[in-house]
Design a protein around this ligand. Structure first.
Ligand SMILES: [Zn+2]
Length: 349
């Protein structure tokens, strides 16, 4: 699993290890906080410290348990990660013994004897992606996971979970690290200082999200978006250029990658519209993630109205992409409308 120390979450982790030492660790935890700030990494690191032969504490990295974890051969950890599995939803088969699902199911893992003899740990990443029947199946497990077992649900959107799931867990909130910390994570991953700083600002210092954005070249996406808003490029020429951008979008078929690129671009454009609306309402650029947009755009007359109409267009595009319409057609239409809104008849000043 590649043991990596998460940045900026020491207080929460120390508190949890102390609870485990004192024999009062809740058996079900819900890690919450903004998308991409390292909750999943913190869950892995916390469990590693629980499994560590010198723990519960910061994992030593040297004992047998730590080494087996790093080599992904540790038997008492079960992770459900829709991101890594490349699936949209967590199906009931991953939780309960129903239909056959790749990767085994949680109930089965918990029914086996512990392989290592100490703690057992479970992580459900992005648990809000569980289907309703998967969530219902999870209820029973959350109630009685068994001895020396810690289940960690990870979610940036805990309000989407069933009340009954939430109420069975002790919630642990995680904060975003500083922008400097976030930029440091990007530079460690090989991005230049300017890109690292810029992207960290855009994602409000969420390192996981910043890495995804930097890898897919969000800087090029935003530069293209600005050209469209200025009318410097024709909207219909812009959409193929968006889809042809270089960048790492992860695994998938060409069609899936095109859809991911288009969805990422639209998500970024939605955030740009949100900041333009805020700028139009008088918020200082320094307080906005996209406050580094060209001044001409940030001070455009009638900005709030344009940004609102732009957002509506983009939300519709996002829904169309979710319902599998062709990415290029969706982008063509959305970018044409955006361009019309931003370059059309000058708004009343
Ligand atoms: Zn260790």
């Amino acid at each position: 699993m590649g043991l990596e120390r998460p940045e900026g979450h020491e207080v929460q982790l120390e508190g949890l290890w102390a609870a485990a030492k004192a024999d009062r660790l809740p058996h079900a935890l819900l890690f919450t906080g903004a998308d991409g700030i390292g909750k999943h990494m913190a869950a892995k690191w916390f469990l590693a410290g629980l499994f560590c032969e010198r723990g519960p504490a910061e994992p030593c990295g040297e004992c047998g348990a730590c080494r087996r974890l790093a080599a992904e051969s540790f038997g008492d950890l079960f992770v459900i990660d829709p991101e890594a599995d490349g699936v949209d939803r967590i199906q009931v088969g991953r939780i309960a013994r129903r239909e056959q699902e790749d990767g085994g199911c949680l109930e089965e893992f918990l029914s086996l004897r512990p392989a290592e003899g100490g703690w057992r740990g479970v992580i459900l990443r992005d648990v809000e992606r569980a289907t309703r029947s998967a969530e219902n199946a999870l209820l029973k497990t959350l109630e009685e996971p068994g001895e020396a077992c810690c289940i960690i649900l990870v979610s940036a959107h805990p309000s989407r979970l069933l009340d009954t799931v939430r109420s069975r867990c002790v919630q642990v909130g995680f904060e975003s690290p500083t922008r400097e910390t976030c930029a440091g994570v990007l530079m460690d991953a090989g991005f230049d200082a300017a890109t690292s700083k810029q992207v960290s600002r855009w994602v409000s210092s969420a390192p996981g999200r910043a890495l995804r954005w930097a890898r897919r070249s969000a800087s090029s996406e935003r530069a293209l978006l600005v050209e469209v808003l200025h009318g410097a490029v024709d909207a219909l020429d812009a959409s193929p250029r968006v889809l042809a951008l270089e960048g790492d979008l992860g695994e998938g078929t060409p069609a899936a990658l095109a859809r991911r690129r288009a969805a990422g671009f639209v998500d970024l454009a939605v955030e740009v519209m949100r900041d333009l609306a805020r700028s139009g309402a008088g918020l200082p650029a320094a307080d906005l993630p996209h406050g580094d947009l060209p001044e001409a755009l940030l001070s455009r007359p009638g900005l709030s109205g344009a940004a609102r109409r732009g957002s509506e267009t983009l939300w519709r595009a996002r829904r169309e992409l979710d319902s599998n319409l062709a990415p290029e057609a969706v982008l063509d239409r959305a970018l044409s409308q955006l361009q019309e809104v931003f370059t059309g008849a000058a708004a009343p000043s």
